[in-house]
Design a protein around this ligand. Structure first.
Ligand SMILES: Cc1cc2nc3c(=O)[nH]c(=O)nc-3n(C[C@H](O)[C@H](O)[C@H](O)COP(=O)(O)O)c2cc1C
Length: 176
């Protein structure tokens, strides 16, 4: 499968490297789109090492394909956003396209899988819960956040599931 791995600004962003490797190990073709916030948690270079020339952050970058958002949307079977921050989920639910990842989502017309990862209180915030429900209602697949110890050491729901769980979800219900 041809997949875009979207990585947003969650403390779980480092796990996206394992997700990239898991898909690549099974021969899938992965491009990576990071938000700027994601680059505060993990360097683009880490992804670039395994997917040279296939890691994108900026909407407007000198020398970059000006229609990258359209071409990425057209050329891939699945858009997986893992981890998905409360912010990117809110933008997706509201059609906001103010960076590369949210714009790729707006232009994407195939299968979208989202793995929310955030503190339990953020996950349970009515606006966030509502945004997740709206996306689900529009056919976006949601991988439920896992329970466990969170960044603030509390135990609760909100952790990004491991790479294998995310990989299996994408593979098991593959429509491509
Ligand atoms: C240390 C730290 C950890 C964070 N972890 C998360 C998180 O797990 N989930 C989340 O939704 N936001 C988290 N945030 C907040 C987001 O990074 C912030 O809302 C950012 O604007 C998200 O931008 P993006 O959606 O463009 O990636 C965290 C912020 C900091 C400083």
């Amino acid at each position: 499968m041809k997949l875009i791995l979207g990585v947003s600004g969650s403390i779980g962003a480092y796990k996206a490297l394992d997700i990239l490797r898991r898909f690549q190990k099974s021969g899938h073709d992965v491009s990576v789109v990071m938000t700027r916030a994601a680059t505060r948690f993990i360097a683009p270079l880490s992804f670039e090492t395994f997917a040279p020339g296939r890691v994108f952050v900026e909407m407007f970058a000198p020398g970059q394909d000006p229609l990258l958002h359209i071409h990425l949307s057209k050329e891939n079977d699945v858009l997986l956003i893992a981890p998905a921050s409360a912010n990117i989920i809110g933008k997706m639910a509201n059609g906001i396209a103010d960076d590369l990842l949210s714009t790729v989502f707006c232009a994407f017309y195939r299968r979208v899988v989202v793995a929310p990862a955030m503190n339990t209180h953020m996950l349970e915030n009515p606006a966030v819960a509502d945004n997740i429900a709206r996306l689900r209602g529009r056919g976006v697949e949601i991988i439920e956040a896992a329970e466990g110890q969170l960044a603030n050491l509390e135990i609760g729901r909100g952790r990004l599931p491991d790479a294998e769980t995310i990989y299996r979800h994408c593979l098991n219900s593959a429509r491509v």
